[in-house]
Design a protein around this ligand. Sequence first.
Ligand code: C2E
Ligand code: CA
Ligand code: CA
Length: 296
Amino acid sequence: VSPEKLALEALLRRALAQGEFQVYYQPQVDIATRQIIGAEALVRWQNPDRGIISPAEFIPLAEETGLIIPLGEWVLLSACAQTASWLAAGFSPFKISVNLSARQLSDPQLKARIVLILETTGLEPANLELEMTESAVVENATVAGATLNELKALGIRIAIDDFGTGYATLGYLKQFAFDSLKIDRIFVRGANEDAQNAAITTAVILLGHSLNMTVIAEGVETEAELAFLEDQQCDIIQGYLFSPPQPALIFESLLVTNNRLFGQELATVSTGVVPFVPLSDREKSQNLSSSGWEAV
Ligand code: C2E
Ligand code: CA
Ligand code: CA
């Protein structure tokens, strides 16, 4: 092990103990209504000396050292607690998606940990989606298969992440009934003009739909990509075009102003949408409700 790695590992342990991690939220948007119908929870490490460190730099090491178990559990707990309080505050229902690594998937305690987190936070299982890559599932096929079925039986949704970039065969789509399929951004990029990406994206959307999965396109950065995905009847988009991952407070303000994004007003907001009462700022919420943000 390199000295640099050891140093990083020590830093990671300390960071966990000292609460230097934060969860960011990236909206997932219904392509037909432009409504935020979900968010992906993405961990950030705010180091006092090095600033914000991206997960690409520390997740692999956390995975290698097993630190991903406590870290992943912390992310899950924070994201579920935060979402439960948004829902309790009256934001219209959305799902929180949390990433699970290979190591977590092979943890025999995983289901018990998740059940406890749902009980503690009061989040309904139907509001939780767990994202896992095909490689993570395939590496742990036996344990993961059993765990996945148990989680699904609880009503939790399962998404297959980075679809098409791993080394799994299509057989596992049949073996594990995933609820959602996330098309990796390497295929989404320029799908409107790159013939190969267009072909792959179109085929994957069809494949997902024929297997009854919700299809989510990741890394949508341009209006042209969005238009292409809409033509191909993709269900949900996620990407910088709408918003990068944001701290909870900023995500919350996105929820509040959602129907003014994309430069268009929503035609109708479905009835059943409950009034907004942001937790963070009582005054702001009073202003909102006195300016017409009331129950419909
Ligand atoms: P991922 O699960 O594929 O997450 C999506 C990544 O794409 C995020 O990177 C997000 O910031 C980035 N992204 C979103 N929209 C766009 C876009 O329009 N363009 C581009 N170029 N990128 C976009 P991030 O947050 O740096 O996370 C990187 C990876 O780290 C994640 O990839 C995931 O594999 C892992 N990760 C992050 N948080 C967690 C976690 O809590 N647990 C585990 N196990 N892994 C995590
Ligand atoms: Ca993901
Ligand atoms: Ca992904």
